[in-house]
Design a protein around this ligand. Structure first.
Ligand SMILES: NC(=O)c1ccc[n+]([C@@H]2O[C@H](COP(=O)([O-])OP(=O)(O)OC[C@H]3O[C@@H](n4cnc5c(N)ncnc54)[C@H](OP(=O)(O)O)[C@@H]3O)[C@@H](O)[C@H]2O)c1
Length: 179
């Protein structure tokens, strides 16, 4: 059974990107053991259209995922899928997050599925579709940007800490989502 992991780097004040979707504060850190282990588990990625567009505009698109160290199928959740897609690795999914995760799991063939970004990940969590949250806390305060959580939750979600590690400058945490 494929595991769904929300894999994220966050500033200590809770932002996953800084002003203008900046990520330099995260990319400049040392690689972590937990980040590498998580990446090696992942066989498919689901992200929202904003993640995809920002990655295209600023971070080498799909080529830049995990700094170019990862290759595989990517599913982009959107209300407005483009009629033509040029990259065979990318599938736009217009019929909901559940469908995108199901398609990613089918491609992952038992390996893990990562969710990137915040909005689609929050909805996935609310739908009970996330198994683990792997978060790398960067020692920086950004003050503004995209928040890990921007608003209230429909209901409280309990987590179990599975691992804590320190590598380079980041603090790495793995939580299991309790059901
Ligand atoms: N720190 C990290 O580790 C990390 C990793 C990845 C990304 N990021 C950052 O995260 C940011 C992007 O995340 P985000 O939270 O802003 O947005 P997001 O989750 O990537 O994308 C949101 C978009 O997804 C589509 N969408 C959302 N819910 C949907 C639904 N239920 N059905 C259909 N489509 C749906 C909508 O696009 P349409 O308008 O097309 O419908 C919506 O505007 C960027 O700044 C990126 O750089 C950070």
């Amino acid at each position: 059974m494929s595991k769904v992991i929300w894999h994220i780097t966050m500033s200590l004040d809770g932002f996953i990107s800084g002003p203008d979707d900046s990520m330099d504060w995260a990319f400049d850190r040392d690689h972590s053991r937990i980040a590498d282990e998580t990446m090696n588990e992942i066989r498919a990625i689901v992200g929202g259209r904003r993640w995809y567009e920002v990655a295209q505009a600023k971070f080498d698109g799909i080529e830049g995922v995990y700094g170019g160290a990862w290759n595989g199928p990517v599913f982009v959740v959107t209300h407005n899928a483009p009629k033509v897609t040029t990259d065979p690795r990318v599938t736009f999914v217009p019929d909901g997050i559940g469908k995108a995760l199901a398609a990613a799991k089918a491609e992952a063939k038992g390996g893990a599925v990562a969710i990137f970004g915040a909005n689609v990940a929050q909805q996935s969590l609310a739908l009970g579709l996330v198994d683990e949250i792997v978060v790398h806390i960067a020692p920086v305060l950004l003050g503004e940007g995209v928040r890990l959580f921007g608003g209230p939750l429909a209901k409280r979600i309990e987590l179990e800490r599975r691992a804590v590690d320190y590598s380079g400058e980041t603090t790495d945490l793995i939580f299991r989502v309790k059901r």
